[in-house]
Ligand binder design. Structure first.
Ligand code: UD1
Ligand code: CA
Length: 457
């Protein structure tokens, strides 16, 4: 049977107390909805329908690049009403998996188990056990035959004895398209919230002779919905723990798994070490034996084998070859491309800078729009003056060049192989191979100089 997915994401999420729709709040740097859609599409459904309503355009704009059938629910009349909006687009012959956009931690295997338990006339409901189930919908099983689920009762409609039930509705269900359409068509809103509850299809299914199967999850927290910022924070930590476990399983030592934040995809070779309070964003690839110091931020970058990043370094959009040492307190901006064994030390900033093998900039420098060869030594305080207030210009430095401390390199500029720039120079014209360039005021020493004295009052 073909599979179709319906994701409910039309609500405002009042309890978030936010101008941003709830499903656009971020978990590990990605919208809640994006997590749900990513996991759902891993089951390769023929169509993923997403129900939007509150700030529909904003929500639609958040998910580009994924094929989605967007369905607008104009008024949020309940989860059952939300599902009904998608049904005209759903094939009778498909199994339809229904998910909530605010349950981001659900795994592919749980969804697969739900789909596997469903059929054209069997309804599968993912359930979980909580010691303190709060205001979640309760699973009411038959007193005589506990394998049989009679109905789901919403907390606001529940009797005290129903409120005492610890098995809850995750909101995740699956059923054949034809039967789903029939059951949804029978819903009413005669309940405490005056809403069309999706959950009422369970009791209706029993009336229609459609069997109902509970699919309990092992880890209840997987299906925790996010309704407020505290739940969001709890989910973030749980998700981060999963990502940290993945890295440790791949052979990475984490100084403290609770003090690493991954907001994207990270791949790492064995024997990497990551110290505390590191943030990895976007696509980050670490080679073998990479060491990352505390307080480092790395975004969309590739670090080769045995790269060593000292504390408080920020790396974005950079390619770093094997054996480089960076920081502490270095800033590598997009377009930085370092050869092997390059050293970028404290308070050095690079941008669109290509540095050849073994080149060093140990302290306090700015290398922007620059191409440097191998084995150069860039002195402290060297600045590439790449901007004239209108345009950016390039500095091209050959190999084996020595640039003395506190040099000002005014681009566009070329410095050829083996050249030597004297400390404190302002260089504006090309320096040829093996030349010494001295571009500074000549020193004068004035003998017998009297210092200015303080006036007597
Ligand atoms: C729902 C379930 C509850 C379950 C819980 C699990 C119902 C009636 N209740 O309650 O049994 O324990 O999820 O997390 O289904 N939505 C729409 N349109 C609407 C209403 C809601 O798209 O008209 C969307 C929301 O944006 C949200 C999802 O459906 O993504 C769930 O709605 P929410 O109001 O959070 O339901 P709960 O009260 O959590
Ligand atoms: Ca919810």
């Amino acid at each position: 049977m073909t599979l179709e997915v319906i994701v409910l994401a039309a609500g405002k999420g009042t309890r978030m107390r936010s101008a941003l729709p709830k499903v656009l709040h971020l978990l590990a740097g990605q919208a809640l909805l994006a997590h749900v859609v990513r996991t759902a599409t891993s089951l390769t459904p023929i169509t993923t329908h997403v129900i939007v309503g509150h700030e529909a355009q904003l929500v639609q704009g958040s998910l580009t690049g994924t094929a989605i059938n967007w369905v607008v629910q104009k008024e949020q009349l309940g989860t059952g009403h939300a599902v009904s909006q998608a049904l005209p687009h759903v094939n009778d012959a498909s199994v339809v998996l229904i998910l909530a956009g605010d349950v981001p931690l659900v795994t592919q295997s749980t969804l697969q188990a739900c789909v596997d338990a469903a059929c054209s006339d069997c309804l599968a409901v993912v359930t979980a056990y909580f010691d303190e189930p709060g205001s979640l919908g309760r699973i009411v099983r038959d007193e005589k035959d506990s394998t049989h689920i009679r109905k789901i009762v919403e907390f606001k409609d529940a009797t005290p004895s129903e409120k005492a039930i610890c098995e809850i509705n995750s909101g995740i269900m699956a059923l054949g398209g034809r039967a789903l359409k029939e059951l949804i068509g029978k819903l009413d809103n005669d309940n405490a919230q005056g809403e069309f509850y999706l959950t009422d299809i369970v009791a209706l299914a029993n009336q229609q002779g459609i069997s109902v199967h509970g699919v309990p999850v092992d880890d209840a927290h997987e299906v925790s919905g996010i309704n407020d910022r505290r739940e969001l924070a709890v989910a973030e930590r749980r998700y981060q723990k999963r990502l940290a476990d993945d890295l440790m399983n791949a052979g990475v030592t984490l100084a403290d798994p609770a003090r690493l934040d991954v907001r994207g995809q990270v791949t790492a070779g064995e024997d990497c070490f990551i110290d505390v309070n590191v943030v990895l964003k976007g696509d980050v690839k670490l080679g073998y034996g990479v060491s990352i110091g505390s307080g480092v931020v790395i975004e969309d970058s590739i670090l080769g084998d045995n790269v060593r990043v000292e504390p408080n370094t920020v790396i974005q959009g950079a390619t770093i070859s094997a054996g480089c040492t960076l920081g502490p307190f270095a800033r590598l901006r997009p377009g930085t491309d370092l050869g092997v064994d390059v050293h970028i030390g404290n308070f050095v900033e690079t941008k669109k800078a290509v540095l050849g093998d073994r080149t060093k900039a140990g302290h306090l420098a700015y290398l922007g729009d620059a191409i440097l060869g191998a084995d150069c030594n860039i002195g402290a305080g060297t600045i590439t003056c790449n901007y004239d207030g209108v345009d950016k210009h390039q500095t091209r430095i050959g190999s084996d060049v020595f640039v003395g401390t506190n040099s000002t390199l005014v681009a566009p500029l070329v410095i050829d192989d083996g050249a030597f720039v004297a400390a404190g120079s302002t260089i504006t014209t090309r320096v040829r191979q093996n030349e010494l360039a001295v571009g500074r005021g000549k020193q004068r020493n004035i003998a017998g100089w009297t210092r200015p004295g303080k006036r007597k009052s």
